[in-house]
Write a protein that binds this ligand. Structure first.
Ligand code: ADP
Ligand code: MG
Length: 274
């Protein structure tokens, strides 16, 4: 290296610091060396650098989106066993995971079913898939989010708290049924639903379908109004299957070679078997 190129290199490092381009700072020297050796035209060198920066930014953005989403760890579509939930079409879920149209119109997904049937798993897995497709998602237990919004309202910041959630293409409200029945709490939930209607998507899981929702909202008019908005554009999955946890425990107990779906012994089916 001549002293002139050494000087240039030092300037580049300084400038990249100043421009806050740490990704380029890490790799430009190697690319420059290759470019010099192979006699690249300047435009090709610049394009190679710019491309690296693009990829790097995309990766960092996705990492940020993953962190902010607060998804429960380890729940993916790849590890979701669709065979245990025959009423949920894998093809349909994969289409939803691709995002686009339904997110663009602020449509919703509603998952109903008894505990252990995979509602939280499927929600988190869908959330993860959407993030991998460049979307922004936020996963919350309904009680936690309602509590946050209630605090915001007390401080006269409900509207802006709800507006902040607009940044998420999909808001996952897990376990709607566990919202307490206090009037004040449930009306913040209604305001959230009304604010996102036809604009931003929600995925809601609940143990009970709508028939029981009268207990979630303060009065019948509000329940109807909420349900109306949620279902207007919605994909609904009724996951009425036995608890997967229970099934997994039974499978372990039976040992290898006897899949639960084929087991018929009375003993294994006894409700207290696990
Ligand atoms: P729910 O939210 O409906 O109560 P979860 O999603 O929490 O149920 O499921 C309970 C446990 O069983 C979780 O550990 C989840 O990962 C697992 N599970 C449930 N359904 C499936 C499935 N179809 N394939 C793989 N794992 C499942
Ligand atoms: Mg759950």
């Amino acid at each position: 290296m001549t002293s002139k190129t050494t000087l240039d290199a030092a300037r580049v490092e300084l400038l990249l610091n100043e421009l806050r381009l740490p990704g380029i700072k890490l790799m430009w020297a190697k690319l420059a060396e290759q470019s010099d050796k192979e006699g690249w035209p300047a435009a090709r060198f610049l394009a190679a650098i710019a491309e690296h920066e693009m990829v790097d930014r995309g990766r960092r953005r996705m990492e940020r989106h993953l962190t902010e989403a607060r998804l429960p760890a380890g729940k993916t579509l790849a590890t979701f066993d669709f065979e245990s939930v025959p009423m949920v079409s894998k093809a349909q879920v994969m289409a939803l995971a691709a995002g686009d149209e339904w997110l663009a119109k602020g449509a919703n997904i509603l998952l109903f079913g008894p505990p252990g049937g995979g509602k939280s798993h499927l929600s988190a897995a869908l959330g993860l898939a959407l993030i991998e497709n460049g979307r922004r998602v936020f996963f919350a237990r309904t009680t936690d989010l309602v509590q946050r919004l209630q605090i915001a309202r007390r401080e006269f910041g409900l509207e802006s708290a709800i507006a902040k959630l607009d940044r998420y293409d999909m808001l996952i409200l897990d376990d709607l049924a566990y919202v307490t029945k206090d009037q004040a709490e449930t009306s913040v939930l209604f305001e959230l639903i009304a604010a996102r209607y036809e604009r931003r998507s929600m995925l809601i899981t609940a143990n009970q379908p709508f028939g029981e929702w009268g207990q979630i909202f303060p009065d019948q008019a509000m329940t109807l109004a909420a349900v109306d908005r949620l279902v207007h554009h919605a994909t609904i999955f009724e996951m009425n299957v036995p608890s997967y946890r229970r099934k997994a425990a039974l499978d372990r107990k039976r040992g290898p070679g006897r899949p639960a779906t084929h087991a018929t012994s009375k003993k294994a089916e006894k409700p207290d078997a696990d």
